[in-house]
Design a protein around this ligand. Structure first.
Ligand code: DGL
Length: 262
């Protein structure tokens, strides 16, 4: 048996936070990172355009890679397109969606924050997660496209501005009871340390990465012992990626890159 191939798909570098969790849990899988940077960002796109774009991008990537499992490592896309792409592409698809249930369970005060893209915050899918799992909580929601940009900049070697982070977090920090924040965009765990510092008080930060890795593991089942570890990944972009990203990609094991035109 050859190593299972897992496609990790996002609009930008956020997918790397999921790739890191998958590599940790599934070191023997062949992980391919694909980033639709030609259509970045997803979090502010009209829904109709985003649905079409994700379908088009995934169809081209499936044609090129023939992956065993697809991980849609993007909350903005998953909260919108999962039923449609599951119907259209005949292979297992795991979608990253806001970790509202674990956050509601973890919170002591039952006052939690939801930090996502403007798109994810507005989706009926997200509201349903709140209704189903956090109806007993006060939920403060913040949609920030700027934070996505700051995460992209960090991967290009720039230091995120602490004041900008404080301003983004202000609605959460105005609630003295709030003790838990859901990082409901895969870009945001890349800024966990900086967000933690900017908050200046103890917050439990919750993301979906580890749960996604466990889900993929359960889909794959036991892998043969003889498979060697796969520490490196191919990173595919839909437009030429900036040279400043090379070092950031290497930190996540992405040493080889290529462009897939869509
Ligand atoms: N990383 C993506 C998410 O999880 C979206 C970022 C964007 O393209 O706006 O929502």
């Amino acid at each position: 048996m050859s190593a299972p191939k897992i496609l990790v798909f996002d609009s930008g570098v956020g997918g790397l936070s999921i790739l890191a969790e998958l590599r940790h849990t599934l070191p023997k899988c062949q992980l391919v990172f694909a980033c639709d940077n030609a259509a970045f960002p997803y979090g502010t796109k009209p829904e109709i355009n985003l649905i079409e774009r994700v379908e088009m991008a995934l169809s081209a990537l499936i044609h090129r890679l023939d992956p065993d499992i697809i991980v849609v490592a993007c909350n903005s896309a998953s909260t919108l397109v999962l039923p449609r792409i599951r119907a259209n592409f005949q292979r297992p698809i795991v979608g990253v969606v806001p970790a509202i249930k674990p956050a509601a369970m973890l919170s002591t005060s039952k006052c939690i924050g939801l930090l996502a893209t403007p798109g994810t915050v507005q989706r009926p899918y997200t509201q349903k997660l709140i209704d189903d799992f956090a109806s007993h909580c006060q939920v403060v929601a913040v949609g920030s496209a700027e934070l996505v940009e700051l995460a992209e900049q960090k991967l290009r070697g720039e230091t995120p501005d602490n004041n900008a982070l404080k301003t983004i977090l202000a609605p959460f920090l105005a609630e003295p009871r709030l003790d838990t924040i859901v990082l409901a965009c895969t870009h945001f765990p890349l800024l966990r340390e900086e967000l933690s510092k900017a908050a200046e008080r103890h917050i439990k930060w919750v993301d979906s990465g580890a749960a996604i890795a466990r889900r993929v593991l359960s889909l794959l089942g036991q892998l043969p012992d003889e498979l060697p570890p796969q520490p490196h990944s191919l990173a595919l972009f839909t437009a030429p990626q900036p040279a400043a990203l090379v070092a950031g990609l290497k930190q996540y094991g992405c040493v080889e890159t290529d462009v897939v035109e869509i």
